[in-house]
Design a protein around this ligand. Structure first.
Ligand SMILES: Nc1ncnc2c1ncn2[C@@H]1O[C@H](COP(=O)(O)OP(=O)(O)O)[C@@H](O)[C@H]1O
Ligand SMILES: N[C@@H](CCOP(=O)(O)O)C(=O)O
Length: 307
């Protein structure tokens, strides 16, 4: 059986909608073996919200890889041990796709080279801002082009990701449906400037710029009605030491980039003031991305809330 450990990701980082994402120290493990018929087992965080059949994203990705490897009739035994809360804006579905694709590629003889794997998982997810950092680790900024994914990976140092994870789900599909078909030109200009500043600040360590650089006009405003307290939680993070804060992916989780975890209780309290129970987690930036685990090096991924 091949086991792959895959990190959660926070996409968008405010203005970089569908363009940038950060890998986080919160993981799932996807284990895969050949089997005479499909067997899917899901354990851990949010298992009841995850398909336990061939619709499981890891299974679907594994089948895509099997087709490319010339084995369209292959079946698998899949075990997922999960610590990434599903439908919370922490890239759970992308991580599952990445885990299934990487495990199947290893199991079936590595027919896909690294760039092909990257293209496959980003295409399956529909946008590269979760799948690319889940596969590669660090901060990845990039885009889908007719020639495949083009991206750059950075590793910002001295930065913690504090996330406040509400106890309700928002599906990415529903949150994408909430977006308008067109936006005012001035809002597009607003975001282009901030997205550039964001990547520059994260590349150079000028984190004092993040407060401005993590502002957005392309998606958060249109999604705010789905997340009670969004603006107050962002404000609470900024008032309690965070460099910058925003919606994580399509939400409902709120992400703060900070020097330490001191903004966590205030973020949690701000959600509570709106009747939302939330767990606050202090996460590090994951540098390795998806990693095939050597046999014997199997640790159970655990979700550890801030006490
Ligand atoms: N951690 C996870 N593990 C496995 N499947 C997941 C996970 N998170 C989400 N999914 C699956 O992907 C579907 C789409 O999830 P999505 O709304 O994109 O959530 P997320 O923001 O967590 O990626 C879910 O309905 C679920 O079937
Ligand atoms: N750019 C996407 C990111 C979705 O991230 P997820 O973690 O919510 O799946 C979007 O904003 O729709």
């Amino acid at each position: 059986m091949i086991s792959v450990r895959v990190p959660a990701t926070a996409a968008n980082l405010g203005p970089a909608y569908d363009a940038a994402g950060l890998a986080l120290s919160l993981h799932m493990r996807v284990s895969l073996d050949r089997a005479p018929e499909p067997v899917i087992e899901v354990r851990g965080e949010g298992a009841e919200r995850i398909p336990q059949d061939e619709h499981h994203p890891s299974y679907r990705a594994a089948k895509f890889v099997a087709e490319i490897a010339g084995e369209p009739d292959a079946h698998f035994h899949l075990i997922q041990e999960n610590s990434i809360p599903p439908e919370r804006g922490l890239g759970g579905s992308a991580a599952a796709l990445v885990g299934g694709a990487v495990a199947a590629n290893d199991l079936l003889g590595r027919h896909l080279a690294a760039p092909d794997l990257l293209n496959l998982v980003c295409e399956l997810d529909g946008h590269p801002d979760n799948a690319a950092p889940a596969l590669l680790g660090g901060l990845v900024t990039g885009t889908l082009t007719p020639g495949g994914v083009r991206c750059v990976r950075l590793y910002p140092e001295g930065l913690l990701a504090v996330v406040a994870v509400p106890d309700f789900a928002v599906s990415t599909t529903a949150a994408r449906r909430a977006l308008p078909r067109s936006v005012p030109h001035r809002d597009a200009v607003f975001n282009v400037g901030r997205a550039g500043l964001l990547v520059g600040a994260l590349a150079t360590g000028e984190y004092g710029l993040l407060r401005e650089a993590m502002q957005d006009r392309l998606h958060q405003t249109y999604r705010a009605h789905l997340i009670p307290g969004l603006w107050d939680v962002i404000e609470a993070a900024l008032e309690n030491g965070a460099y910058g804060a925003c919606l994580s992916g399509s939400g409902p989780t709120v992400l703060a980039l900070a020097p330490d975890g001191s903004c966590a209780p205030a973020m949690q309290a701000a959600f509570e003031a709106h009747g939302v129970r939330a767990r606050a987690l202090e996460l590090e930036i994951n540098a390795s991305g998806a990693r095939v685990e050597p046999p014997g090096e199997v640790s159970t991924p655990r979700l550890q809330p801030v006490p």
